[in-house]
Design a binder for this molecule. Structure first.
Ligand SMILES: [Zn+2]
Length: 366
């Protein structure tokens, strides 16, 4: 269903007459109801083990190499899959919305997700539900604890957004032998203010132009404004400017991106460009992870509103995305990739399901 991007159990059920299923499964495809019911009773660790199997195989085949700076990055971020004011289950989180008609309760499911970022291949490794009443950091900690047990040497650094510039989080990662990197925003106001002041007077330690893009970076590991964490912490700032030509009036417009990160990485382990690259790679979980999963893979669809079934379907989506991307990047030759988009390959997979259906629509399940 995910690989062919059908988007619903009902759409999958319509392919039941296809001989593909008896050839592949050795039996008929279960009905939509059965698939939903079975997923709500599955052992989630079995699905996680399948993701691990894909990782291990890619690692063994040396298909998962670190970026040029040599450090493997794990990115952790929260993702909300569904929200409803009507339906809820025992796994739903709740929030109060203040509307013109009064306060209403909204139910939602949110996952902490971990993505492993390699040189040209990245994998979605695991997801952990945010439980009712807890925050994202608590779920992320459970997630990383499990991933550290199952993938102890898979990554060196864990990156997160500004929420993760948190003392307990940084200390937890250090205690497990990993470095932390997080976006620095107003959540650490003293550190931000000190960094802005210092970087405002210091010359940039890196000033380079590639094409129309100029990048200036500042990097200091002598900040004392996070005493709960350490006597000194390191902050890196990257100020990038480039020009675009506006389509509407063909005028050139200058755009700016200004980011700061705080990290435990020592300079001897990661030079300024490496920290900046890792900071930018954090976006891949949003751009190539969640956006792809939601817009192309229907990962946010509620296949069955049950806490275990929802997690199982979400993990299936991660597994299928990993398998598909690994196949596309490592199995297809560059010329084939140029000729066939990922969507085209997904449609070829779907066509296998439909090719052998001769008689009209499927019968209703019995
Ligand atoms: Zn629910």
């Amino acid at each position: 269903m995910f690989l062919s991007r059908r988007g619903s159990l009902h759409a999958l059920e319509q392919t039941r007459p296809s001989t593909f299923w008896s050839r592949w499964l050795g039996q008929d495809l279960p009905s939509a109801d059965s698939v939903g019911r079975i997923c709500s009773r599955m052992d989630v660790s079995d699905v996680r083990a399948s993701i691990h199997q894909v990782y291990s195989r890619l690692k063994r085949m040396k298909a998962l190499e670190p970026p040029v700076h040599g450090l493997m990055l794990a990115v952790v971020d929260g993702h909300e899959t569904t929200a409803s004011r009507k339906r809820c289950c025992s796994g739903c989180c709740q929030r109060i919305l203040h509307t013109e008609a009064g306060d209403v309760v909204e139910y939602y499911h949110r996952y902490a997700v971990l993505r492993l970022v390699g040189r040209d291949l990245s994998l979605m490794l695991d997801a952990e539900p945010v439980r009712p009443g807890e925050d994202e950091l608590a779920a992320s900690r459970r997630l990383v604890e499990r991933v550290l047990d199952q993938y102890p040497r898979a990554f060196d650094v864990v990156a997160g957004d500004a929420l993760y510039a948190n003392t307990e989080w940084f200390k937890f990662l250090l205690s497990r032998g990993k470095h932390a990197l997080a976006v620095l925003k107003d959540n650490r106001p003293n550190l931000v203010a000190d960094a802005r002041t210092l970087f405002g007077v210091l010359p940039a330690s890196l000033d380079e132009t590639a094409g129309k893009r100029r990048r200036r970076c500042w990097d200091s590991d002598r900040f004392t404004s996070w005493p709960d964490l350490a006597p000194y912490v390191r902050v890196v700032r990257s100020l990038e400017t480039w020009t675009i030509r506006r389509q509407l009036d063909k005028q050139e417009e200058e755009l700016t991106s200004d980011w700061m990160w705080v990290t435990t990485l020592p300079k001897g382990m990661a030079l300024t460009p490496a920290v900046v690259n890792m900071g930018h790679d954090r976006w891949t979980i949003e751009n190539q992870g969640f956006n792809e999963l939601v817009n192309r893979w229907h990962a946010d669809h509620v296949y069955k509103h049950h806490p275990i079934a929802m997690l199982v379907f979400f993990l299936f989506a991660l597994l299928c995305l990993n398998v598909f991307i690994a196949f596309y990047r490592r199995n297809l030759k560059p010329a084939a990739r140029k000729a066939a988009s990922m969507l085209h390959v997904a449609q070829l997979i779907a066509s296998e399901l439909y090719a052998s259906i001769r008689q009209g629509p499927a019968r209703a399940p019995i």
